[in-house]
Design a protein around this ligand. Structure first.
Ligand code: ASP
Length: 307
């Protein structure tokens, strides 16, 4: 496949073939992180900027490590240390950064569509590192990569997504990606956290977590998105954790080789118990490891190849 795209803004813009192409490209990047010298010259001379208007541990670090392992120069800008607090608009910040000729800008923003706006006004590649409750494309790609790595395929699986679906960009991007495959996707959570017409996305709804997890191959847990008002949609976190917190008893109802995923940051004791998070079915840290390889592949495809 000839990768001709300038930006990665959302999974909804990718075809099944494009998703598979990124996952296949990731394979060759995974080994690099296991070497003694974790660096290849692929992006030497390229400049990658991370521009984050929302907190992040994994995504920002993961992109920075990915770019550095490919020998790109990286610059990290976060809202609290940028001219944003002096009143500069995103448009002006972007145009100023563009004047310094970066090759890629990875943006995380509270506003859905911010990366799309940026991509329209600047010539550098733009990667969406999470825009409000809208999309988080590289998270979905690393999730699919991890599922395929552990299960050997993406077809024929029952995948249960649990929690604050309505406010989760991770859930949206994963649903957009997974519905290309022959998967049964079940969303579970309190009625206030499941969007009213969620079935139109090709998923099922099940309010009872005990029923939802039956025979599941994959259980994907989500954090309550407090920063998007998530806690006001439930009576209490205690009740939430009783009804929707993943515990050992749920694992026993799923397939024997079920995998448990979480995009992080985890709120232990709320959506997931310690024994599940740290238990033998958890692939949460594999997701983090695979995130670096997936982001290396994405950076390579966008700015490392002559198209
Ligand atoms: N880290 C993920 C995100 O940025 C999930 C979360 O924050 O709950 O969307």
């Amino acid at each position: 496949m000839n990768w001709g795209k300038k930006d990665l803004l959302g999974i909804s813009e990718l075809s099944k073939e494009e998703i598979l192409f990124i996952l296949d490209s990731t394979e060759s990047f995974k080994d690099i992180s296991k070497r003694d010298i974790k660096k290849v010259p692929t992006l030497r001379g390229k400049t990658v900027i991370t521009l984050f208007y929302e907190p992040s541990t994994r995504t920002r670090t993961s992109f920075e490590i990915a770019a550095k392992r490919l020998s790109a120069d990286t610059i990290n800008i976060s809202a609290d240390t940028s001219s944003y607090i002096k009143g500069e608009t995103l448009k002006d910040t972007a145009r100023n950064l563009e004047s310094m000729n970066p090759d890629a800008i990875i943006i995380r923003h509270t506003m859905p569509g911010a990366p799309h706006m940026l991509a329209r006004i600047i010539g550098s590649s733009v990667i969406n590192g999470g825009d409000g409750a809208h999309e988080h494309p590289t998270q979905a790609l690393l999730d699919l990569y991890t599922i395929r790595e552990k299960k050997g395929q993406l077809d024929g699986l029952k995948i249960v997504i649990v929690g604050d679906i309505a406010h989760s960009r991770v859930a949206r991007s994963n649903i957009f990606a997974l519905r290309h495959f022959d998967t049964e996707i079940v969303c579970s959570g309190p009625p206030t956290m499941l969007p009213p017409h969620i079935e139109t996305l090709g998923v099922k709804r099940e309010y009872d977590l005990n029923k939802a997890v039956r025979n599941a191959d994959v259980i994907m847990m989500l954090r309550i998105q407090k920063e998007r008002g998530g806690t006001s949609f439930i009576p209490s976190t205690r009740e939430y954790s009783t009804l929707f917190g993943l515990k050992k008893e749920h694992i026993e109802k799923a397939k024997q080789d079920v995998i448990i995923m979480h995009p992080g940051p985890m709120n232990r004791g709320i959506e997931i118990s310690d024994e599940v998070a740290d238990g033998p079915h958890s692939v949460i840290l594999d997701q983090v490891e695979n995130g670096v390889a997936v982001r290396m592949a994405v950076l390579y495809l966008l700015i490392g190849r002559e198209s």
